[in-house]
Ligand binder design. Structure first.
Ligand SMILES: Nc1ncnc2c1ncn2[C@@H]1O[C@H](COP(=O)(O)OP(=O)(O)OP(=O)(O)O)[C@@H](O)[C@H]1O
Length: 351
């Protein structure tokens, strides 16, 4: 699916002026509060009228100021998930879900509801009253309702920001499942670097109504010193574990990791704080760290007295954060060989 956009919109004290084309089906729009993220969503979905420009989705022109084309929101076939799930409070989950579905033309009902409910893990919630649901459950219902309308594109406007950290991480696998199962392209808005990294492949960075940068999500995170993140967090997807004495062995490419945490199923996402990776020039003689990896330094980013060191361990990549004094002492430069030491307890399970 191709989306090409060129839009201008002025409010009293703010002007949005953006032009972009999506090349990835999982794209993020990232920027600080007031930068114009929601305005872009509102223009794309047809809730706001642009002053000028065009929006093309595949071969359909949704808006073209010059040609005076402006499809109504319900003609655009774009689904929107907002920060707060707008559900009918007096109806059951099932009634909420089928309220819109029944109004969809038969030929457009291409999503099997039962299958979708399984993918989103909401089958057991169907008879519940909406008022009894948690925030994360409500967002999954809102997403199900959007997907049932069989949209060509889903816009997610800060869908996780109203959730606490625990619920946020619980819902992310469901969002990914929907994407993996139905392949509906999505634009994900957030000012969280971590969410960008987990939910998107490429990111448009917007500031003061203009697109400042277009980069891979991973690149954004690696360079996001100024975003308030104290340190970089490595996200590591590991399969099932085998017990190893009283610890657990996981495979990561050709590497074996020893962790304190057991696996739950065949997909386990762990975070590893870049500050929890110690670097040595040579293999240390004796250490309490259970994981010692021979790595090549690939990148070095400095900010003040802190330095992020990109490491290649075979085909896998990690980022360590050390202080600039250590960089000098260890003679760390691109291409240098180092040994990374990681404690078994440094891996924290997200889901
Ligand atoms: N209808 C409107 N009338 C006047 N000003 C508006 C209107 N909608 C948005 N704005 C202004 O446009 C600017 C961008 O708003 P927008 O909601 O797009 O930002 P955002 O990046 O989504 O912010 P946040 O992350 O806080 O939601 C803000 O200064 C906002 O006050």
């Amino acid at each position: 699916m191709q989306l090409d956009v060129e839009l201008k919109k002025s409010f009293k004290d703010f002007t949005l002026d953006v032009a972009f084309s999506l090349s990835s089906p999982r794209t993020g729009i990232f920027g600080p509060s007031g930068s114009g993220k929601s305005t872009i969503m509102n223009l794309l979905s047809g809730l706001e009228l642009p002053d000028s420009g065009f929006i093309r989705l595949g071969d359909t022109v949704l808006f073209d100021a010059k040609r005076k084309i402006n499809l109504k929101p319900n003609q655009r076939n774009i689904g929107v998930v907002f920060q707060h799930a707008h559900l009918f409070p007096h109806m059951s989950v099932k009634k909420n879900l089928f309220y819109g579905y029944k109004r969809i033309k038969l030929e457009n009902r291409q999503i099997d509801p039962e299958g979708l409910f399984k993918v989103l893990g909401i089958t057991q919630l169907l008879s519940r009253d909406v008022s009894t649901l948690s925030g994360g459950e409500r967002q999954r219902i809102a997403l199900a309702r959007t997907v049932l309308s069989n949209p060509r594109l889903i816009l997610m406007d800060e869908p996780l920001s109203a959730l606490d950290e625990g619920h946020k991480f619980q819902i992310i696998p469901y969002l990914k499942n929907v994407f993996n199962n139905y392949g509906i392209p999505m634009i994900f808005i957030s000012h969280s670097v971590l969410e960008m990294r987990m939910m998107t492949d490429e990111v448009f960075v917007i500031q003061k109504g203009r697109i400042q940068r277009h980069s891979a999500a991973e690149e954004l995170v690696r360079k996001s010193w100024g975003s308030g993140l104290e340190s970089y967090v490595n996200l590591i997807n590991l399969g099932g574990a085998t017990p190893c004495k009283d610890l657990f062995r996981y495979k990561w490419g050709h590497i074996n990791f020893i962790l304190t945490e057991p696996a739950e199923g065949e997909e386990n996402l762990f975070e590893l704080d870049s500050r929890d990776i110690l670097l040595f020039k040579r293999h240390p003689e004796a250490t309490s760290a259970r994981n010692l990896l021979q790595c090549t330094v690939t990148d070095i980013y400095s900010s003040g007295n802190r330095v992020r060191v990109g490491l290649a361990c075979g085909n896998e990549h990690l980022i360590a954060q050390i202080v600039s004094e250590s960089v000098r002492e260890l003679g760390i430069e691109e291409g240098a060989m180092v040994v990374a030491a990681i404690k078994a307890s440094a891996f924290k399970k997200i889901f």
